[in-house]
Each structure stands twice: as structure tokens, then as C-alpha cells.
Design a protein around this ligand. Structure first.
Ligand code: F6P
Length: 347
């Protein structure tokens, strides 16, 4: 009699980003090669809470390598918000006949994975993803390269029109807790100033630099993270709605617009702002993200095969290795001192 193949469930949680589909594909290809069968859980942890699945095999994922978003759907569902939902996750894991679960996500999704493994001994492995690149224990996450490439192209376009109209242009990019996207966009597009959530904006320096740049070339570009803070403004914590993981939802915050107003008032230069927003999170993954996604996806299947649960596949140097999930979710990776030093040179 033929024995049934062991089943691996795969889910993607949190904000989507380019590289998720290549990671799903890599994981499915490797898992099938090792003799497993895969199934997709739809819309992040919500799929496990409600037991909603979709078929996932080599054929389904064949051309996923070039597609943005996530074919499994995603959500910001946190099962630990309600104990009953954790119980549902455990019951559905059994009911669906899962041998292991591969959770692809950032600090929140992987935080849930860490707890399901630590507190409930579930066979879970993680795959790191986030366009914010703020996850610890991995050098880079897929999604970041594509997002910054898109933001860089948008910044260059803004510069063209800014140069023509002799204006200061301010571009706002995503990055809720970490300024990696703003920093890399600013470096790559030769911006005149970059504003990050990690350090309060030095307004005297900002105005002086914009005036100097404008005097030299009659336009300037500022790149700001959505979460940067102008010192005159109080970070009003109560103003924003919170998601299920307790993060502020930054929609309508308008950081770029406020910095643009500040610059115009304090320099007299005509200033415009633009927000790239969710456009930087969609679209086809870059080569880097296709390859990184594929590699960490394959590694996740290897971790399952080796029963190395409670681990996440990570990029360390140029190698893909298994690291404890808890190391990835303990602390966010924010922009560090060495990068601040580099900013002194560049901006
Ligand atoms: O995934 C993180 C992130 O991209 C943040 O940079 C941003 O603040 C947030 O997602 C936006 O999330 P949503 O898609 O829920 O608006």
C-alpha cells in the first residue's frame, strides 16, 4: 500500500513584497523533491485560524518567480490577540494533516511562528521577508531591493521635473520603524538630504543644506521615510489607528508634505512633495529578489526535511543558513551608526 506524503503548509503574512512568490516556488520545488506535498494557507495566519487552503504544487508555482505580490494572499492577523484563535490554529494544523508549517513574513508573522514553536511545540520554520529590511539575523530580506529600485527610479523622475521648474522636491517612502528604504533611495538617487525615523531631523542643518544645494544648482531633492519626525512636532501616539500587532497605521500621516511645507516656509523656494506609497511594494521582483527568495524558500524546505524546527532561513554573508527564529524577532534592525557616518559624507 502506498503511504500518503507528509504535508507542508505554507503561508505569507504581513505586508506583501516582491520575492514572496519566488520564495513559495523555491520551497514547493524543494519540498516536492524531498517527497513532501505542499498546501497553501490563504491570507496569512487567518488561513490557519479558519482552515482555508489552496492547492500548491510545482505546476501552480512554475512561473511565480517573475510575479510580484503573494499568490497565497496575506493579512496582518495576529492569532495571539485571542486565545481561541491560537487553539483554532493548533486544531487546524492537525485537521489539515500538516507535518510542518513554513511561515513567510517579517517580525510580526515570524513572532507568531516563534511563539507557536516555543509555546506549543509546533513544527514551524520561517522565511524572512520585508521591504523594510528591518529584520535581525539576516543580512538582507527580499522585497527590499525591488522596493528601493522602484523608489530610486521615482526619485530620479522627481528630480527631472524639479530641475525643470527650479523647485525643491520631497519624496516620501515607506519604512515604519526603520529608515533603510529612505537611506538607500537617497544614496542611490544622489539626494541632497535624507530624513529617517532613527534620528530627529536637524532642521537648521536641513534648511542650510537645501539653501546651499539650491544656490549651486537651483533645485534639490529630499527623501524622507514616512515615519521621520520633525522636532517641532510631537509624535502624537494616539493619532494613529493600531494594527493587530500594535503598530501605528501610518496612512494619511503626510510626512513628505509636512517637510515640504517646512522647507518652503523657511527658504522661500517653491517646494513640492510626492508619496510613492504602495507602488513601491508591487511589481515584478528584481533579479536579486528572485534569487534570494528562491534560495531562502529552498532552505526552508531543507530545514523541514532536517527537522530543524524553530529556525528561519537567513542570508548571512553569501550563504543561506538556518538561524533561530527567536534571534530574528527579538529586536528590529534599524539604521546603525556606521550608516550615520556615511550620511555625513554624502548629504
Ligand atoms: O510591511 C511594512 C510596511 O511596508 C511599512 O513600511 C508600511 O508602513 C506598512 O507596511 C504599510 O502597510 P499597509 O499595507 O498595511 O498599509
Amino acid at each position: 500500500m502506498k503511504t500518503a506524503k507528509k504535508k507542508i503548509g505554507i503561508l505569507t503574512g504581513g505586508g506583501d513584497c516582491p520575492g514572496l512568490n519566488p520564495a513559495i516556488r523555491g520551497c514547493v520545488y524543494a519540498a516536492e523533491k524531498f517527497g513532501y506535498q505542499c498546501v497553501g494557507l490563504q491570507d496569512g495566519w487567518k488561513g490557519l485560524v479558519n482552515g482555508v487552503t489552496m492547492p500548491l504544487d510545482r505546476e501552480t508555482v512554475e512561473y511565480a518567480i517573475m510575479k510580484g505580490g503573494t499568490m497565497l494572499g496575506t493579512s496582518r492577523t495576529n492569532p495571539f490577540k485571542e486565545e481561541a484563535n491560537v487553539r483554532k490554529c493548533l486544531a487546524n494544523f492537525k485537521k489539515l494533516g500538516l507535518h510542518a508549517l513554513v511561515a513567510m513574513g517579517g517580525e510580526d508573522t515570524l513572532g507568531v511562528a516563534t511563539r507557536l514553536y516555543g509555546e506549543h511545540k509546533l513544527n514551524v520554520v520561517g522565511v524572512p521577508k520585508t521591504m523594510d529590511n528591518d529584520l535581525s539575523a539576516t543580512d538582507y530580506t527580499f522585497g527590499f531591493d525591488t522596493s528601493v529600485t522602484k523608489a530610486m527610479e521615482a526619485a530620479e523622475a522627481l528630480m527631472d521635473t524639479g530641475r525643470s521648474h527650479r523647485r525643491v522636491m520631497v519624496m516620501e517612502v515607506m519604512g515604519r520603524h526603520a529608515g533603510w528604504v529612505a537611506l538607500f533611495t537617497g544614496i542611490a538617487s544622489a539626494a541632497d538630504y535624507v530624513c529617517l525615523p532613527e534620528r530627529k531631523i536637524n532642521t537648521i542643518e536641513l534648511i542650510a543644506k537645501i539653501k546651499a544645494s539650491y544656490a549651486r544648482k537651483r533645485f534639490a531633492l529630499v527623501v524622507t521615510s514616512e515615519a521621520a519626525v520633525l522636532p517641532a512636532e510631537k509624535a502624537d501616539a494616539t493619532k494613529h489607528e493600531l494594527d493587530q500587532f500594535g503598530h501605528h497605521i501610518l496612512k494619511d500621516r503626510g510626512m513628505g508634505e509636512r517637510i515640504a511645507d517646512f522647507i518652503e516656509k523657511n527658504t522661500g523656494f517653491e517646494t513640492r512633495s510626492a508619496v510613492i506609497g504602495h507602488m513601491q511594494r508591487g511589481g515584478a521582483p528584481t533579479l536579486f529578489d528572485r534569487i534570494l527568495g528562491t534560495r531562502v524558500g529552498i532552505k526552508a524546505a531543507e530545514l523541514v526535511r532536517d527537522r530543524d524546527f524553530g529556525k528561519m532561513s537567513a542570508l548571512v554573508g553569501n550563504k543561506i543558513v538556518g538561524v533561530p527564529l527567536a534571534d530574528a524577532t527579538g529586536e528590529l534592525k534599524t539604521v546603525s551608526k556606521e550608516w550615520f557616518d556615511m550620511m555625513e559624507v554624502l548629504f
